[in-house]
Design a protein around this ligand. Structure first.
Ligand SMILES: [Zn+2]
Ligand SMILES: [Zn+2]
Length: 173
């Protein structure tokens, strides 16, 4: 079976070009994504199974759960949509209200997963809960109390592995 892992080649005066393991030359990101989809590769990482959130930093592609495959990408997209439907701001707020002191993202995610009886890995609970906690944070309901775990030198990228928040009204008591 021919492999169709696509890699970006150095940008030229004509823009970005991509090359595939099968020998295809692809002019531009759009052509690369079409070729990836045609050959059942993830259209985000183009089959490499990795993403580069900052230059020189790679991690497993979050769109296809690090598989590089289109099927997993689609499954994961559906799972993200289901998580969004199931886990509402009210759900997360209800969990957060039960914490008197600081709480971690992982603790809230575990409580939500338990509440719905979801086995680990079934839905992207963590990313969904993180997005909702960030929303509560920007609404001023909770405050982040942990420092970022990792600042990537020379970029604006900040990685939070397991951030910690506290309810705003409990601060200073
Ligand atoms: Zn190819
Ligand atoms: Zn991918």
């Amino acid at each position: 079976m021919t492999k169709h892992t696509i890699t970006r080649q150095s940008g030229t005066i004509l823009g970005e070009t991509y090359g595939c393991d099968c020998g295809a030359h692809l002019a531009g990101r759009m052509a690369a994504e079409v070729h990836a989809a045609e050959h059942h590769q993830c259209s985000v990482c183009l089959g490499s199974a990795e993403e580069e959130p900052a230059p020189g930093l790679t991690r497993p592609c979050t769109s296809c759960a690090g598989t590089g495959r289109r099927r997993e990408q689609i499954t994961w997209q559906l799972a993200h949509a289901e998580a969004e439907r199931l886990i509402t701001p009210a759900v997360v707020r209800g969990v957060v209200d039960a914490f008197a002191g600081p709480f971690r993202l992982s603790e809230v995610a575990d409580a939500v997963r338990d509440g719905f009886g979801l086995p680990p890995g079934r839905l992207p609970v963590g990313p969904r809960v993180r997005d909702l906690l960030l929303e509560l944070q920007s609404a001023g309901e909770i405050t982040m109390v942990s420092a970022p775990d990792e600042l990537i030198d020379g970029t604006d990228v900040v990685l939070f592995r397991d951030p910690q928040w506290q309810r705003a009204r409990t601060l200073g008591i």
